[in-house]
Design a protein around this ligand. Structure first.
Ligand code: AVJ
Length: 350
């Protein structure tokens, strides 16, 4: 990366949102780089260059997740929509956490349009740019779909103020849930449950636990795009916090942690070095071989999915897979809290 790609946020657009975001980046960097095992939270990957690199990852031959999930949607969209619609007979609308390019979502919206003749699509994202991208893509493919964007940081537990008239299918796809530790994943899904009503549904996409080889290949691609994606987190600290990370002084490493059932990504310092971060007013020392842990990507069994859903107030109704069962798409229903309390009472009585 050369210096001409450095963006100066302070002179460029000094709006309140940018300042808030820089503050969040600074806080995350200070916390993570001060820890004994250094880490940086994986949301830091997704600035504009990082989001482009992620899109490139989804097109890599080794990164099977996106293409398999897309093929599951293409093959089973009608069935998924019928199953999600349940018995209520109301119109179904689609809510999506994390808008992305919405390219996979189009398959579901097409099936919903065919069934109802109308579809309301509500993408939720922190990034206005991501929301615009999603709604532009949906509009290009399906001009009749009504898009209502919701700009919100959904990991912060705030209300989405959803319209009440329809029943909803919430999408959390792409195995994004795999970036959270098990407890955090349950907290996120519990919050989602709190935004929904009894009878509403959730469609959750998860990468499934499998042999180490294809997993390692998916996170150590030959073209080095994942390595560039991983290093972009340091480039971002250089851009936004004026840090002086030498990108070639950190090596991309992705490993399979079988005990935790997760891929871990790290950046390993290949020398003893100090890195200055002027916006934090300090520097950080790295020993040769010391790592910055940048991501966990959990891989699930269907039992683990069912358990996570139950703890969050959902019951698993049906799962769809590719022929190798590498990727899973799970339909779950909101459990209404009265039934849940009755169940608890029965358990206590037993
Ligand atoms: C977007 C979180 C699903 O964990 O596979 C891709 C991100 N990291 N390559 C994943 C990612 C490295 C991705 N998720």
């Amino acid at each position: 990366m050369n210096s001409s790609s450095v963006i100066d946020n302070s002179t460029d657009q000094s709006n309140a949102a940018a300042t808030l975001e820089t503050f969040a980046v600074a806080k995350a960097a200070l916390e993570g780089l001060s820890a004994k095992q250094k880490y940086l939270p994986s949301w830091l990957f997704y600035d504009a260059p990082g989001s482009r690199l992620f899109e490139a990852i989804t097109r890599l031959p080794e990164y099977y997740l996106t293409s398999l999930e897309h093929s599951i949607f293409l093959r089973h969209a009608d069935e998924i929509i019928v199953a999600a619609s349940g018995l209520g007979g109301e119109q179904l609308s689609i809510l999506e956490l994390g808008a992305g390019s919405a390219s996979k979502t189009v398959a579901l919206l097409r099936a919903l349009m065919a069934r109802q003749g109308h579809a309301l699509y509500m993408p939720v994202d922190v990034s206005e740019a991501a929301l615009q991208w999603a709604s532009r893509n949906v509009h290009a493919a399906l001009p009749a779909v009504e898009v209502r964007s919701i700009c919100s940081e959904f990991t912060q537990g705030k209300s989405l103020n959803l319209p009440e008239e329809n029943s909803r299918l919430a999408l959390y796809i792409g195995s994004s849930i795999g970036n959270f530790d098990p407890e955090e994943a349950v907290e996120l899904l519990q919050w989602l449950r709190s935004q929904l009503q009894p009878g509403d549904a959730l469609l959750l996409g998860t990468d499934m636990a499998k042999a180490a080889a294809p997993l390692l290949a998916a996170y150590n691609d030959k073209a080095g795009v994942t390595a560039a994606f991983n290093r972009n987190i340091l480039a971002r600290l250089n851009r936004e916090l004026k840090a002086d990370f030498a990108l070639d002084a950190f090596e991309h490493r992705a490993i399979w942690n079988a005990e935790e059932s997760r891929i871990e990504m790290h950046l390993d310092s290949n020398r003893n070095q100090a890195v200055r971060v002027p916006l934090l007013g300090r520097s950080f020392n790295f020993r040769r071989g010391e790592s910055i842990h940048t991501e966990n990507s959990y891989k699930f069994t269907v039992e683990a999915v069912e358990d996570m859903l139950l703890k969050s107030g959902f019951v698993l109704e049906q799962s769809w897979y590719d022929s190798d069962r590498w990727f899973g798409v799970h339909l779950a229903r909101v459990v209404d809290s009265e039934t849940m309390m009755e169940d608890d009472a029965e358990e206590e009585a037993a």
